[in-house]
Design a protein around this ligand. Structure first.
Ligand code: 3HC
Ligand code: NAI
Length: 698
């Protein structure tokens, strides 16, 4: 139920926003605020009004679920204007987060009081492709100054109560009950004869604004995570606050808001927001399944992944024991962990005390028995089935009953690994992405026998360490890497057709990807894929596509780490095109009798995207992924796919599946069976269905 209630505490009225869990400002809440303000103003016994939120939040802002159906009156801007026009002073009691429209409500109040729980105060609208549309771009600069407001609005990043008090967003910080604090503050105002203080009344003198402020900001947003429009419009809206009266500024804000609302970029970002939350719902794992308690974590292997995973847990405050087979590798890994933590202290990302705490939580050992007390053990040794099975058999003998045994394998069969133990129900895949302390994605691989509470534990721990957990079934490469195979293969084909590495990476990066496929392969190490290709014999067609890349690896060019791969790398690690590589592809193309047709940028993007999504549709139909939105969540969080493009599955749904099917078939006619269409796409075209409705519900 969405509402706002009015109660009285002597001569102070308290309006409480009530819409669990985060008091999103649905129609009922807006109406409640408006009615509450009117009633309090009409009541002669009331001297001042306090506005607060029920539960853990003040308010998370506009109800994003209402965006699709369109707003119902009263509009939020109108409600906030009514509040600000109150003849009696209105004080916000910030009891928890206030974001977006939530903070705009607080800005419409005449004064603001907060306690420590108000640890996120911000205007994150840009992150969902829009801008603060209820006066926020006009009131915030007037209240905290243009520079601080511009930073907050363009980054979308929140500040905590302490910082808010420093910049003048919060008038008083209180310990304990913030509503009591705000009531006391309101009584002081009344006693001092201080009335309403409307934030919109100030005029920002253009002379007070640094001349190059907006130009500099515009220059900084070329690759803003919200895409090409939202940050630009945010800047323009804040600029409109300078010199103008509030009404004119708000009219400009509205026009700029309407340019963004409902646009593909905004819809994609809003879809991504809900997709990420949806991924946490596993249909057969309800609230009745309790995750196991994880207090200590063991990690096997102190290589690239083991140390990154160790850092991810240390950063979340968990004690970690890393076990290695090799003293030198252990020393190097521990050194990397320590140096990363120390550099975080040096860069003031964490306090010295916090750094010490994290370092003290790290234990290292060469003895597997050091893991006897671990509640969760994650194996990150070499990608070799025999070795993994040997290790899991040993873990079975050492680990305590009920410990979750996870493998970070990126390709191997989790069921086969589990079969090396007598407790396959406790085994699960936890596929982190490199660098594991940074990348948000965690693919949680559910084996045939993985117990529900084992899976629930992996998903819960993902959230606890700030990762986005997405469930995958067992198959080669799981969801993300299986799709990437198709994508990389298409890139190989286009290299043979005459596109250069820079053409391919450039096209996809201009479209929005953080990094093109060939630069990505150079970064991950070309030898990694080479070894996998050697192990899993390729079909003759695929082998032909990879012939040049294999030759590049055999020349000792393994990518960035050897200073050369598809590109060459200088000391600054910047990539440079290498004509030698282009010649190698041209020669091979000639040998294979291919004509040089040099696909253009649009074709490059389309082919990469369609190969990704076509494989995604197969994965969805096989039940490896629960939903299309899970696949997109994987691409957005693990593969540098831009949020404002929604993800590969979102993209083909937007294109229209019938058109997509037509294109895929045309490519199949031209390039052969690697383009075989996913049956699910054909079925959906025939039934007029949507990818969003395929897969599981809930
Ligand atoms: N509208 C609708 N639902 C929302 C919501 C919102 N603004 N914010 C959160 N929710 C829902 C979530 O979907 C989730 O629902 P579920 O339980 O059914 O999955 C539930 O509330 C709890 O959210 P989280 O799981 O994300 O809880 P966390 O504690 O991890 O995070 C949060 C809370 C920081 C508030 C996070 O949800 C968030 O960032 N929300 C979006 C905030 C935002 O973008 N606000 C601006 C809205 S646009 C606006 O205000 C326009 C205005 O300028 C006119
Ligand atoms: P790595 O080669 O950097 O590290 C592996 C470490 O395991 C080495 O330090 C080695 O000494 C140690 N080790 C070997 N046998 C051991 C044993 N019996 N006990 C303890 N330690 C032992 O390898 P990397 O890249 O960290 O990969 C580890 C696993 O993570 C592999 O399964 C890989 O497929 C997977 N993975 C790798 C990713 C990457 O980008 N590198 C991404 C995601 C998963």
């Amino acid at each position: 139920m969405a509402t706002a209630t009015l109660t009285k505490s002597g001569d102070i009225a308290v309006i409480r926003l009530a819409h669990p869990p985060v008091n999103a400002l649905a129609q009922g809440v807006r109406q409640g605020i408006q009615d509450g303000i009117a009633a309090a103003n009409a009541d002669p016994a009331i001297k001042a009004i306090v506005v607060t939120g029920d539960g853990r939040a003040f308010s998370a802002g506009a109800d994003i679920t209402e965006f699709r159906s369109g707003p119902k009156p009263p509009g939020l801007g109108e409600v906030i204007d009514t509040m600000e026009a109150s003849a009696k002073p209105v004080v916000a009691a910030l009891n928890g987060l206030a974001l977006g429209g939530g903070l705009e409500v607080a800005l419409g109040c005449h004064y603001r009081v907060a306690n420590k729980a108000a640890n996120q105060l911000g205007l994150p609208e840009v992150k969902i492709g829009i801008l603060p549309g209820a006066g926020g771009t006009q009131r915030l600069p007037r209240i905290i100054g243009i520079e601080a407001a511009l930073d907050m609005i363009v980054s979308g990043n929140p500040v905590n109560a302490e910082k808010a008090a420093k910049v003048g967003l919060v008038d008083r910080l209180v310990e304990g009950d913030v509503v009591e604090g705000a009531i006391a503050f309101a009584r002081e105002l009344v006693a001092a004869g201080k009335g309403p203080r409307p934030g919109s009344a100030t005029r920002i003198d253009p002379a007070s604004v640094p001349a190059d402020l907006f130009a500099k900001k515009r220059a900084s947003i070329a690759r803003h995570p919200s895409g090409p429009m939202a940050a630009k419009n945010c800047i323009a809206a804040v600029e409109a606050a300078v010199g103008s009266d509030y009404k004119a500024g708000v009219a400009r804000e509205r026009a700029l808001f309407l340019e963004l609302a409902g646009k593909p970029y905004a819809r994609a970002l809003q879809y991504a927001f809900f997709a990420e939350r949806q991924a946490a719902n596993v249909p057969d794992i309800g609230k009745d399944v309790t995750p196991r308690d994880v207090k200590t974590v063991g990690i096997l292997g102190a290589g690239t992944m083991g140390t990154g995973i160790g850092l991810a847990f240390l950063n979340a405050g968990l004690p970690v024991t890393i076990v290695e087979a090799n003293q030198q590798a252990l020393d190097q890994g521990a050194k990397r962990v320590r140096e990363t933590i120390e550099s975080n202290v040096q860069r003031s990302r964490i306090s010295a005390e916090e750094g010490q705490k994290r370092l003290a939580n790290l234990t290292t050992s060469l003895d597997l028995k050091a893991l006897v007390n671990a509640d969760l053990i994650i194996e990150a040794v070499f990608e070799n089935m025999a070795l993994k099975k040997e290790i899991f058999a040993k873990l079975d003998a050492v680990a305590k009953p009920g410990a979750v045994l996870a493998s970070n394998t990126s390709t191997l069969d989790v069921d086969e690994i589990a079969s090396a133990t007598k407790r396959p129900q406790d085994v699960v895949g936890m596929h982190f992405f490199s660098p594991a302390n940074i990348m948000r994605l965690l693919e949680v691989v559910r084996g045939k026998e993985t117990a529900k509470d084992t899976l629930a534990t992996a998903m819960a721990i993902a959230r606890r360490i700030g990762k986005v957990g997405v469930v995958s079934g067992v198959c080669f490469g799981f969801i993300g890497n299986r799709m990437v195979e198709a994508y990389l293969e298409e890139a190989q084909a286009m290299l043979l057709e005459g596109a250069t590495p820079a053409d391919i990476d450039g096209a996809l990066e201009a479209w929005g990807l953080a990094m093109g496929p060939l630069a990505m392969m150079d970064m991950a190490g070309l030898d990694v894929g080479y070894r996998i290709r050697q192990e899993h014999k390729l079909t003759p067609e695929r082998a032909k596509l990879y012939r040049v890349t294999d030759a590049i690896v055999e020349m000792g060019r393994h990518g960035q780490k050897t200073g050369a791969g598809y590109y060459t790398y200088g000391a600054d690690r910047k990539r440079q095109s290498d004509p030698k590589i282009e010649e190698m592809f041209a020669k091979e193309a000639a040998a294979q009798g291919l004509s040089n047709r040099k696909p253009g940028a649009d074709e490059i993007v389309e082919r990469c995207l369609l190969r990704l999504a076509n494989e995604g549709a197969k994965i969805l139909e096989e039940g490896i992924a629960l939903r299309a939105s899970d696949i997109d969540t994987i691409y957005l969080n693990g593969y540098g796919f831009p949020g404002w493009r929604g993800g590969p599955m979102w993209q083909i749904e937007e294109m229209g599946l019938a058109k997509v099917a037509e294109k895929i078939k045309a490519y199949e006619a031209r390039h052969g069976k690697r383009w075989a269409i996913a049956p699910l796409i054909e079925k959906l075209v025939a039934s007029g269905g949507k990818l969003a409705d395929a897969g599981v519900k809930g």
